[in-house]
Design a protein. Sequence first.
Length: 231
Amino acid sequence: MSELRIALVAEGPTDHAIVEAALKAILPGAFILTQLQPEATLPEMGNGWGGVLKWCHAASLRHAGPIDQDPTLAGFDLVIIHLDVDVSTMSYDDLGPDIVALSQQSAWALLPCAQQCPPVSGTIDATSIVLRSWLGRATVGQHTVLCLPAQSSGTWLAAAILPAAHALLANAECDIRVENGLAQLPKAIRVRKSLASYRSKAPVLTQNWGAVKTLCSQAQLFEADVQAACT
């Protein structure tokens, strides 16, 4: 069987490391993961959630219908679009007046959109609506998966490397401070937010994916969606 070809749109390189580690736990065979965003040859897109927004808007301008049927993505078996759920606390104002104007012209769903948490489901639903609005005429197809870690991909890493009873995980999917909390732990278990640090811990996430799914409902959903999209 040939390797699965997977495209990833993500906020940044540390998210790439987390998603790749999760896929190694989920998929039985080999795969090739290609990062479409951030992309060094398209610096105008930028990093972070603003980069994901701009990628989605560009996709909406060139394609109508399922995004995985976009001719420019024809070489991929699966398209993953990542967005941390803490974006629900952000505002288009954070990205400047041009994005504010574009959000109004494009009728994007409103930010901030965070709901009472727990449960996290309301905020997940609202964030998904926002992301889908950025895609405009493009839609989430049969071979497209939205990866929406709550509140961030760093939460999945924390769930993998810390005991389930650790104080940092007390309300993991509703606490936007978990990822930053990793960098404030005692030196022996501290994880700074850098590509090198996240890559060094990635094998632990793959190994402890079951623990991540136990604490993080979005990890469970991501696994189910990836498996369904690959059948």
